[in-house]
Design a protein around this ligand. Structure first.
Ligand code: ADP
Ligand code: MG
Ligand code: MG
Length: 909
């Protein structure tokens, strides 16, 4: 946009029980502005004001300050007049000045991320007018010093000079407090406040080279532009990134008449919640301060008091304060100002009823009159989210669909993993930041090698990256930390599967395996040192942090139950062990969508047989080794089938490049040579032979089974025999054999042939049979293109979107770490495509594959088993693509269930 041509309103007024806007207009007015308008319209006492739209912020970013002022000047002047009329004061007047606040407000609430200025309009003359008008000298000067402080920080850039410094204004105040021997801001005398104003202005002049602006209109424009600028401040950018909000939303600016909480003992300010944001309990609660303004409560200038009597008593109990002492020194608002409390209590109920959701509100009391300054749907923990949704459903406030839509699927994670004690976290020393790869909390001693994961009782396996060889160690460790790799790196995928805490891709870590030391900045951590990982935030913390086991509430079960009423897609799990299968089943998994057989080969006694198989030069040698593997695989399958009794279990045939299984360390190579009675050089040669330029595109997937059919034979036999063994015990197994990585129909047909022949043979031997299916993964783009031909032969398709993404983008998953971060930073990509399915591009292949497959087989069963199967937006896509199921790691099953129900509900509307 380079010219201003539209004649659309850029400014929306509110106040005096009227408003131009309403709560539906959050995109245009921001959340704060939209709700101020709505509150005003429904008769809640809100100081009058107006909102400059988010579109103006976007205009500002392209057109600059002067053009934007030009464009909105008239509307703003007219709106200021409207405020003056209601308040009976005049902006810029010396005798009876109107003071205003200038507040940011994006479409989603970003508490504390952007800036606000209070008491704007004051100068050396207006402050005297205010003194006369209010007869309250202290209040007037206190407001003036607050204004200079906030305006100086927000608009004039008065910030600490170095990271060791404190805020320049705070420093001046601290200095004065020391000199006067006082503790609190409220102890300043009028003279002190006047001195502060003088010193503050002086500091501004010294640091910026300019006088503090005295003209209220200059002040106003300065503040409006500073709010626009704060949208692109570091804090806001970081917050946006964390939550995936786009930069082009922009922020609105709210300009509003000041109401004063700092006018003495009959005034105050506070924040309150209609329900408990931590637990979800339906109790009104909050905090307040007498004789204070705005952010004093949040900033912790003084310790705030509780609003309700009940809250006060609970607080005193924690603080170990006697009831008599409490009632006298820390009265609740309920006790101190009963009628104000009653009014506030009415409004909180009105607002919660109106929005039918838990509200987080700000209020100010000016000389016995209550004003509401903000309301929004309150942020809450995962536990509170679930409880409030279920409670409100039972209260009849919302219906089942709405209750389900209230759940932010990803937040359910918090409920499932052990968590850090919140109090302990507040004291934690965060040494570095990685990706929150697998949620949870882990504390342990550092080890650098997987085979030393049991060196101490609790360990954090700290690696540059992990490999399949590390699996066992990963299983033993309490948490996994890697310097490299993204959200779909080996470490991350495996950790999520295990439900184990993992922080990955912490680039700041310098890991020195040789000296067994981890360096971060100039600090060193040695093997055996204690660290803690917060898998939900990616924080890496020095030392121990206490954890607590999560408790699954009754409401959790209820919301899960509800999801079944709506979802049309099934949710299966990816599980490689009976333990994982059971966990997933307890979370409501309706089958297994992916069992990776290779994971079973990495356990100590099996890896040997596996290696012998790989190193064998003849079919005979290979078959011999496979015979050793057969009983082990069979037992594994029996365990998994039993855990999933009656439900379908998809087993994928061997998939990874063989190279991953052979030993790369000299000692292990020697051992293997001895075991196999061959020379060390023979082992070395074989390892070298298996080396590939591009293993991901190399000898793997069905290419293994097609070149070594005896592997497919053995695995099929193990699967079918396991099912038959269970049948004898009266347990129903429903195996679905899945061929990986096909690109042509013939690759599949060949494998299907072997599977069928082997199964028939086993049936004949046992004189019994079981039902089973043979299907394939669609993970090579060509397979998606040829889906109609392939579907003629397949019982089912399962989209392997990890490989499909890798191949469609041409990004190697193991190397993408080098550029993906930069791409995300620069906005070349909006999401990591390995995390969130690229619906536009890769999604076309999925859609096409599904549609073409169903052209030749209308009832073809279609699912997804990539990491995307547990990511809510991708689950919605799968629903819209008419898939039969998604499959994801056990701990994501509840998330996928809710996401599937939400997708179904959304498509009903
Ligand atoms: P944030 O989004 O960081 O909460 P706000 O714009 O809500 O920032 O304002 C910060 C503080 O100033 C809040 O406590 C708010 O209630 C208070 N405040 C804002 N505008 C006014 C006003 N017009 N009168 C009195 N207090 C105000
Ligand atoms: Mg606020
Ligand atoms: Mg694959």
């Amino acid at each position: 946009m380079d010219t201003i041509t539209e004649v659309k309103a850029r400014v929306y007024k509110f106040g005096n029980k009227k408003a131009d806007g309403n709560s539906e207009m959050k995109n245009l007015l921001g959340g704060k502005g939209a709700n101020l308008a709505e509150m005003s319209a429904i008769g809640i006492p809100v100081p009058p004001g107006f909102t400059i739209t988010t579109e103006v912020c976007t205009e500002y970013n392209s057109l600059g300050r002067e053009n934007v002022i030009e464009a909105i000047k008239e509307e703003v002047e007219e709106s200021i007049e409207a405020i003056e009329k209601v308040m009976g004061t005049t902006f810029g007047d010396k005798e009876n000045p109107l003071l205003i606040s200038v507040r940011s407000g994006a479409r989603v609430s970003m508490p504390g991320m952007m800036d606000t200025v209070l008491n704007l309009g004051l100068n050396d003359e207006a402050v005297l007018g205010l003194v006369k008008r209010t007869n309250n000298e202290r209040f007037a000067w206190d407001s003036y010093r607050r204004f200079i402080q906030m305006y100086g920080g927000v608009v004039l850039g008065m910030k600490p000079q170095t990271k060791e410094d404190i805020d320049p204004f705070e420093e001046i105040m601290e200095h004065l407090k020391d000199k006067r021997g006082i503790q609190l801001d409220t102890e300043f005398t009028i003279q002190d406040l006047q001195d502060l104003v003088y010193d503050f202005k002086d500091a501004v002049k010294k640091q910026t080279g300019h006088d503090f602006p005295t003209d209220p209109w200059d002040q106003l424009w300065g503040a409006v532009m500073a709010v626009f600028d704060s949208w692109n401040g570091n804090r806001a950018i970081y917050y946006r990134k964390m939550n995936g909000y786009p930069a082009d939303w922009g922020t609105a600016v709210n300009v509003q008449a000041m109401v004063y909480g700092n006018m003495g003992l009959n005034s105050g300010t506070g924040v309150c919640f209609t329900r408990d944001a931590g637990t979800g309990e339906n109790v009104f609660n909050g905090e307040y301060l007498i004789d204070a303004q705005g952010e004093d409560v949040v900033a912790g200038v003084r310790t705030p008091q509780q609003i309700t009597k009940l809250g006060s008593e609970r607080w005193a109990e924690l603080a170990k304060i006697e009831e008599a002492d409490r009632a006298e020194n820390y009265p609740s608002l309920e006790e101190l100002m009963p009628s104000i409390y009653a009014e506030l209590n009415d409004y909180q109920q009105t607002l919660e009823d109106h929005y039918s959701d838990m509200q987080d509100m700000e209020f100010t009391i000016q000389e016995g009159k209550l004003w509401i300054l903000q309301t929004r749907n309150g942020k809450r923990t995962g536990a509170a989210m679930v409880k409030i949704a279920i409670d409100q459903l039972k209260e009849g406030v919302i219906d089942e669909k709405e209750a389900l839509l209230r759940i932010e699927p990803n937040k359910l994670d918090e409920l499932l993993h052990p968590v850090f004690d919140t109090n302990a976290l507040q004291r934690a020393n965060v040494i570095a930041q990685g990706l929150p790869a697998s949620p949870g909390a882990a504390t342990g001693q550092i080890v650098f090698f997987a085979d030393e994961a049991d060196k101490y009782k609790n360990t954090i396996l700290t690696r540059i990256e992990t490999s399949p060889e590390d699996l066992e160690g990963m299983n033993i460790a309490k948490g996994i930390l890697t310097a490299r790799g993204g959200m779909t790196s080996h470490a991350a995928v495996v950790a999520r599967g295990m439900g184990k805490c993992c922080v990955s891709g912490a680039g700041a870590l310098k890991i020195d395996y040789k000296n067994r030391v981890l360096r971060v900045d100039d600090k060193e951590y040695h093997e055996g040192d204690w660290i803690s990982l917060n898998g939900s935030t990616g924080n890496i913390i020095e030392g121990k942090v206490a954890t607590m086991e999560p408790e699954l509430s009754g409401e959790f079960g209820e919301i899960m139950e509800l999801s079944n009423n709506y979802s049309t897609m099934q949710v299966r799990t990816n599980a490689d062990s009976p333990k994982d299968a059971k966990v997933a089943r307890s979370f409501g998994a309706q089958g297994i969508g992916l069992t990776r057989t290779e994971h079973m080969f990495f356990e100590v006694d099996r890896i040997k047989a596996m290696r012998e198989m790989i190193l064998a030069d003849t079919i005979k040698g290979r078959k011999h080794a496979l015979e050793d593997l057969l009983p082990m695989q069979r037992t594994d399958f029996e365990g998994i089938f039993e855990a999933m009794e009656g439900l379908p279990v998809t087993v994928r045939l061997l998939d990874p490049p063989l190279h991953e299984f052979v030993p790369h360390q000299l000692a292990t190579q020697k051992e293997l040579a001895e075991d196999m009675h061959i020379s060390l050089s023979a082992v070395k040669n074989k390892v070298a032979e298996l080396q590939e330029f591009n293993p991901m595109l190399g000898h793997r997937g069905c290419r293994l089974g097609n070149t070594y059919p005896e592997i497919t034979e053995m695995q099929t036999r193990a699967i079918i025999e396991a099912a038959l063994n269970l049948k004898e015990k009266g347990i129903i197994a429903k195996p679905e054999i899945m061929v990986p990585l096909i690109g042509t129909a013939n690759e599949f047909i060949e494998q299907k042939q072997i599977i069928k022949e082997t199964a028939d043979k086993v049936f004949e031997e046992r004189n019994d049979s079981v039902e089973y299916q043979i299907g394939t993964m669609i993970e090579i783009p060509r397979a998606a293109l040829m889906a109609d031909k392939i579907a003629e032969h397949a019982d089912f398709f399962s989209f392997g979107t990890n490989d499909l993404t890798q191949m469609a983008f041409g990004y190697s998953r193991d190397d993408a770490g080098k550029f993906l971060a930069v791409y995300l930073e620069k906005g070349i990509l909006t999401h990591d495509p390995f995390e969130v399915l690229d619906q536009e591009g890769v999604g076309q292949l999925v859609k096409m594959g599904t549609e073409r497959g169903r052209v030749s087989k209308p009832n073809l069963k279609v699912g997804i088993c990539g990491e995307h199967g547990g990511e809510p937006s991708s689950v919605e896509f799968c629903h819209n693509t008419n898939m039969n199921y998604v499959s994801c790691s056990p701990f994501r099953v509840p998330i996928a269930r809710i996401a599937a129900a939400q997708a179904a509900i959304k498509s009903l509307n």
